[in-house]
Design a protein around this ligand. Structure first.
Ligand code: DAH
Length: 338
């Protein structure tokens, strides 16, 4: 038996294989179920105990050599994709799996695109804010009851620091650093100390809009928002409901008429056909003065909206948490040119 094994080892040293067919025959000859290696192993029980170890090791070395030859030769015979393209230049290119944008980015880009086309620019601010930009300058002094409307994450190290609760803070930063006319749109992430559920999350995204110039009136606000809702939703029936925000006077909430065509429409509009989209108003003169803007000369409007809410409406997403789970089966459904 030892001799037989040695002969196989010697054979393997000399082996020459031309192509994949020969490689496959070689594989079958040695390691298929009825091949040489399993056969030798099956004979092992007939070997006297004293020699078993030595013989076993030798058979194993045959098996290892065979596997080594198989993997080396396989690499040699497998053509690379660039070789293949030389074979047939008319073949379609290999499929490259592209990623897709996150639905929040898609909606953010849609919104900013609409405003960029009508002369707005984009501005951004920090997510860690100070009290002045997030509250005080926006007409929300320290003990103002409206501060309760926002559950705030404060930063222990410095009681003046917090995670911004809205992108309205960027309004202030922008007005402090730029003279009117101002037309700016500020997308960004905001944080609130809220329980996580299908409808709310401890962070989300907003877009803030601000327009300051000579003689800006409520008419401009209404027309701008009408243009926006037509572009984004393809809906042209809107209404402005009186509301309250400390930084605008008068303040309003914008509803769009969504319609009542389907069962889902009844559900999302609670049977009214109307949907609340954003908060807005004429910038309160106190806010302008806080930013050293001459209220005799200038006036303006502002608005703020939640991106998740719009994304959930546009794509019929039922649970806000699916937007943050990064499940590729969900994310791969979003393909957009923007
Ligand atoms: N900051 C408000 C919020 O987080 C949204 C908002 C409402 C922004 C009215 C505005 C505005 O600029 O005028 O709920």
């Amino acid at each position: 038996m030892i001799e037989e094994i040695n002969k196989h080892i010697a054979d393997l040293e000399k082996i020459k294989l031309k192509d994949n067919d020969e490689l496959e025959k070689f594989r079958i000859k040695y390691i298929s179920k009825k091949g040489i290696v399993p056969f030798l192993f099956s004979k092992l029980k007939e070997i006297p105990d004293a020699q078993k170890r030595e013989v076993g090791l030798k058979i194993n070395s045959i098996k290892e050599k065979v596997n080594e030859i198989l993997s080396k030769q396989k690499k040699k015979f497998t053509k690379t994709s660039s070789d293949q393209s030389f074979d047939d230049l008319t073949k379609p290119a290999n499929f490259i799996k592209l990623g897709s944008r996150h639905p929040i980015s898609i909606v953010k880009n849609k919104i900013t695109d609409i405003f960029l086309k009508i002369g707005f620019d984009i501005s951004e601010g920090p997510e860690i804010e100070d009290d002045w930009h997030n509250f005080t300058a926006l007409n929300l002094p320290e003990y103002h009851p409206a501060r309760d409307m926002q559950d705030t994450f404060y930063i222990n190290k410095n009681p003046d620091w917090l995670l911004r609760t809205h992108t309205s803070s960027v309004q202030i930063r922008h007005m402090e650093n730029n003279d009117p006319p101002i037309r700016t749109i500020s997308p960004g992430r905001v944080y609130r100390n809220e329980d996580i559920s299908a409808r709310s999350h401890c962070f989300f995204h907003q877009v803030e809009g601000l327009y300051i110039d000579k003689g800006v009136s409520f008419v401009d606000l209404k027309q701008t928002l009408l243009h926006f809702t037509k572009e984004l939703f393809g809906k042209s029936k809107i209404r402005l409901r009186p509301s309250y925000f400390p930084f605008t006077e008068p303040s309003a909430e914008l509803d769009i008429y969504w319609g009542l065509q389907s069962e889902a429409d009844y559900r999302i509009t609670k049977g009214t056909g109307w949907l609340e989209i954003l908060g807005c108003g004429m910038v309160d003169p106190n806010v302008l003065q806080n930013c050293k803007i001459d209220t005799e000369k200038f006036s303006g409007f502002a608005f703020g909206l939640g991106i998740e809410r719009i994304a959930m409406l546009l794509y019929q997403i039922e649970d806000i948490r699916t937007l943050y789970e990064n499940d590729l089966r969900f994310l791969n459904q979003f393909r957009s040119s923007i």
